[in-house]
Design a protein around this ligand. Structure first.
Ligand code: EPU
Length: 453
């Protein structure tokens, strides 16, 4: 699937037949919108429902295309999925092997299928996953995942069409040390270990809030999981898990994106459902850059308080660091700050591709291979373009831009909203992968734009 086809299918999955937004910049975003469950938790919670022998219920599920892809894969494997508003119910009583060709229809659309392996191996003794997709923000290998599955006793066979696995004698617990605290590999361990025979010990685990929420779900299902202070996770395998009822953690990536949009456009937005504890690192940086926020019981208000924005030095990192998914819209706001800002990306080796469009719009951004942060990361010695220097303040001007990936795409929307003149942003379907009803939300916040099919 090429980028345009991917964009079309992502948009179509949530009933969105819009390809291009024609945005007239210069209007501050103002108003109130609601944050739903986090994409990066909801999709994993859906996979976890496969591990149970009774139905599960997940609340606050956003209408985004990644959710539709996972729903499609669950249904192919015999899980009945019903939606009632924001609630999804999953009945796994008839789980069955799916045809490889049907699974392959989902090739290239999401990274989540790799997480089906553990649950399917437990339920069926075999699993097949298609070529993976997700955003093109680096190599995005799956070596940690495959190593984890091999450690559990799975036999892994790589085919041209995908990866086939089997575990005729079931999975067993293992001692696993991750080379890097990968979010997905940690989830792979959790979803595999909870029903494996015996004990699993995972060191160097990721402990993002979405992972802790997944652990809460697994605990509701009957799993025995302990998280130690040194990021070691110990799991005692159990024979059987039951369904869960859970309200998903809010999407802090979506919240940070709209917060930066408010700052960059000189606006004022209230994000209902956003919470402080999962965003403290973001809030520190937001305040340093000159943004204002107010925490309420039902959400967070973010606004530009007037005056100059200030430059900041930020390093992306694993939790509790500054998330890699927060830097793209922040970079747009930093083009308005007076002085030099630096963003050192240490999670993905190639996540500044989106800045090319910003430069076309007039931004002064240089990308470097050096580690321009307080510590050297694993990308410095490998010559990756992973540090950005942003000089401001600049007035952006409108341009024609094609969305390259989810977070980069959202940052292009923000840039167009701040720009002088008109921008045409195409391939916006990709943004529907992770931002629920973003076009409606733009309207609610008073953005000036037209849509094109
Ligand atoms: N990595 C490997 N080998 C592996 C797995 C990961 O080398 O087998 C490397 C990656 O290439 C990357 C680093 O480890 O350099 C971290 O990747 P990680 O596994 O943590 O990321 P992920 O699980 O693929 C999730 C989110 C991302 C988010 C990252 C970091 C989902 C579906 N995706 O990805 O979200 O940026 O964690 O927090 O949960 C997004 O929402 O736009 C997005 C990309």
């Amino acid at each position: 699937m090429n980028l345009t086809e991917f964009s079309k299918s992502a948009g179509a999955a949530v009933g969105m037949d819009v390809d291009t937004l024609v945005i007239r910049g210069g209007k501050p975003l103002q108003g109130r919108i609601t944050m739903k469950g986090a994409k990066n938790l909801v999709t994993k919670a859906m996979v976890a429902s496969l591990l149970a022998d009774s139905p599960s219920e997940l609340r606050s599920v956003p209408q985004i295309s990644d959710v539709r892809v996972v729903q499609g894969l669950l249904e192919l494997h015999g899980v009945t999925v019903d939606r009632d508003g924001d609630t999804l119910r999953f009945d796994p009583s008839n789980v069955r092997t799916a045809h490889e060709t049907s699974i392959n229809a989902h090739a290239g659309s999401s990274r989540i299928p790799i997480l089906f392996c553990g649950p399917l191996l437990h339920q069926l003794g075999e699993a097949f996953i298609p070529d993976l997709g997700g955003c093109h923000i680096g190599d995005r290998p799956i070596d940690f995942h495959l190593e984890v599955l091999r450690n559990f006793g799975a036999v892994v066979e790589k085919l041209p069409s995908g990866i086939r696995m089997s575990a005729p004698n079931g999975l067993h617990g293992a001692k696993i040390a991750l080379p890097y605290p990968s979010v997905g590999a940690t989830e792979q361990v959790l979803l595999g270990a909870v029903r494996a025979k015996g004990r699993t010990e995972l060191t160097n685990a990721a402990v993002e809030p979405e992972i802790l929420d997944l652990i809460a779900i697994l605990q509701k299902m009957g799993a025995e999981i302990q998280v130690d202070t040194d990021r070691t996770i110990r799991i005692e395998g159990v024979d059987k898990l039951v369904g869960y009822r859970h309200t998903a953690l809010f999407d802090r990536n979506e919240a940070a994106s709209w917060a930066c949009a408010a700052l960059a456009t000189g606006g004022d937005v209230f994000l209902e459902g956003a919470r402080q504890p999962e965003m403290t690192t973001f809030l520190n940086v937001y305040r340093k850059a000159g943004g204002a926020f107010e925490i309420e019981d039902d959400g967070i208000r973010f606004w530009h308080p007037g005056g100059d924005l200030k430059p900041v030095v930020v390093e992306t990192d694993v939790h509790p660091g500054f998330m890699t998914d927060w830097q793209q819209p922040l970079v747009v706001a930093l083009t308005k700050a007076t002085g030099i800002s630096i963003v050192h990306e240490t999670v993905y080796e190639q996540r500044f591709g989106f800045t090319e469009a910003l430069v076309e719009m007039g931004a002064q951004i240089q990308i470097h291979t050096d580690c321009l942060g307080s510590h050297a990361c694993r990308f410095g010695a490998r010559n990756y373009q992973h540090s950005a220097v942003i000089a401001g303040p600049v007035e952006l001007h409108g341009a024609d831009v094609t969305v390259p990936d989810l977070r980069g795409g959202f940052s292009h929307l923000v840039a167009a909203l701040t720009a002088d003149g008109t921008s045409r942003i195409s391939n916006v379907g990709i943004i529907a992968r992770g931002y629920e009803r973003f076009i409606e939300k733009l309207t609610t916040l008073g953005a000036d734009f037209d849509v094109e099919g």
